[in-house]
Design a protein around this ligand. Structure first.
Ligand SMILES: [Cu+2]
Length: 450
């Protein structure tokens, strides 16, 4: 027996004895909370059907208990404080101490009972996005059931009839409650652990906030001009890396609850979408990609085999989404000669530096004075200098020989000799240049003839 078979067999025994005992809890399950922004790597389940838990970046999975044959969870909707990055805390609404909320994990074929306690100042509901369930469990306030008043607890109970990648969020005062950070992942693992197995399974939700530098609470009526582009309510450089052992089969699950699409781009690999919030994608319906657009209100899970060691960027390809709080009404000064202007201003403000005349990279290197409770627009340092990134950016770190359950940051990749771009100091060959907009038919090189 391998380790997995052993675990499955063990889990079966535990389940059988629990079923015989027919334990009937009459009280609410504990409302577990976790308020650290560190990634908590969940253990494999000690009872019930076996599965390989997802790793929620800078998040955690909600504990559960078996009550007879029903898996019970207790979600608490409440105000939370979230450290979005070192130096910036946001006052959000979330679940069980966190925004985004804890990941709910269960197994296809299980029945779940989810107690939802509302500790918000207004009513709420929970909609189980993508789930096939009875209409009255769908969580649309006023349509499926009355909204849950402050202080009350409602129970949602349904069978998980299919596996896949889902999420949950309020369907009551939705604009406000989602702008405040209320959302979480709901992963249903296949009943057969041999179906689409992976070694590492990462999950995160895209969330956007509009928080003025120096303030703590998102503007909830913002429609497009968000300034904090987050994964699980964290921004780079404080989104944890995706740590992977060479050769691992890896899945990355990503859901979008912002107001715009996000093309998530990963370097170093091509990969295929294997699952959406609608279900698993048939092998013949997949195609290779290096960027996957995540539409609003949708989830995508993609997979790859980690054959290429290195530090590989993973980020949203909208350049404004790899920035932290910034103004967008900056004038462009590229190419402007501000020398005279700078001299004049320095008479009033000694030390004044004109910025932006050569681009904006200098803004990442200088530490400008910032108001309390914000983070620089671009930051993050790598082994060779500033990364000039913020927001939706992290690094996939593929190393040889990382232990099964080890997700700790292995540090920066050391490129083997001869495999890194280097500075040329010799004589330069003539470089071709074309300033005509006409199409030039390049002749075949004589070197390639015959
Ligand atoms: Cu984006």
């Amino acid at each position: 027996m391998n380790r997995r078979q052993l675990l499955t067999a063990g889990a079966g025994l535990v389940m059988a004895s629990a079923a015989t005992a027919q334990t009937r809890f009459r009280d609410l399950p504990d409302a577990a909370t976790y308020d650290s922004p560190d990634t908590m790597v969940p253990p494999r389940p000690g009872s019930g059907p076996d599965y390989n838990p997802v790793v929620t970046l800078n998040g955690w999975s909600l504990p559960w208990r078996m009550n007879g044959n029903v898996k019970e969870f207790h979600l608490v909707a409440e105000p939370v404080e979230r450290i979005m990055a070192n130096g910036m805390m946001a006052r959000l609404w979330g679940y069980n101490g966190q925004s985004t909320g804890p990941t709910i994990e269960a197994v296809e074929g299980e029945r779940v009972r989810i107690y939802v306690t509302n500790r918000l100042p207004e009513h709420t509901t929970v909609h189980w996005h993508g789930m096939i369930l009875p209409s009255g469990m769908d969580g649309v306030g006023g349509l499926s059931h009355p909204a849950i008043p402050p202080g009350k607890t409602y129970v949602y109970e349904f069978d998980l009839i299919k596996s896949g990648t889902f999420m949950y969020h309020p369907h009551a005062d939705e604009m406000v409650q989602m702008a405040m950070g209320m959302m979480g992942l709901f992963i249903v693992h296949p009943r057969d652990p041999a179906f689409m197995p992976v070694d590492r399974d990462f999950a995160f939700l895209l969330a956007a906030y509009d928080i003025d530098p120096g303030t703590y609470i998102p503007r909830v009526a913002t429609m497009t001009e968000f300034n904090m582009w987050t994964w699980n309510s964290r921004v780079f450089p404080d989104i944890d890396p995706l740590v992977v052992s060479k050769g691992d089969r890896v899945r990355v699950r990503c859901g979008n609850l912002t107001m715009t699409n996000h093309p998530i781009h990963m370097h170093g690999y091509d990969f295929e979408v294997t699952c959406t919030d609608g279900g698993w994608v048939r092998p013949e319906a997949r195609w290779p990609e290096v960027s996957i657009d995540i539409p609003v209100g949708a989830m995508r899970a993609y997979e790859f085999t980690a054959d290429h060691e290195g530090d590989w960027a993973i980020h949203c390809h909208k350049a404004h989404h790899t920035m932290n709080a910034m103004g967008h009404d900056l004038p462009t000064f590229i190419g402007a000669d501000k020398k005279k202007l700078a001299q004049m201003i320095r008479r009033q403000t000694p030390g004044y530096m004109p910025m932006g005349t050569a681009g904006m990279a200098d803004m990442a290197e200088m530490s400008m004075e910032l108001p309390d409770n914000t983070v620089p627009m671009m930051s993050g340092w790598g082994p060779y200098g500033p990364l000039e990134m913020g927001g939706m950016f992290s690094v996939v770190k593929v190393r040889d020989g990382i232990a099964d359950n080890d997700y700790s940051d292995p540090g920066w990749y050391e490129n083997p000799p001869g495999t890194q771009a280097w500075e040329w100091t010799g004589e330069l060959p003539d470089h071709a240049r074309n300033d005509s907009p006409d199409t030039i038919l390049t002749p075949r090189s004589h070197l390639h003839k015959g």
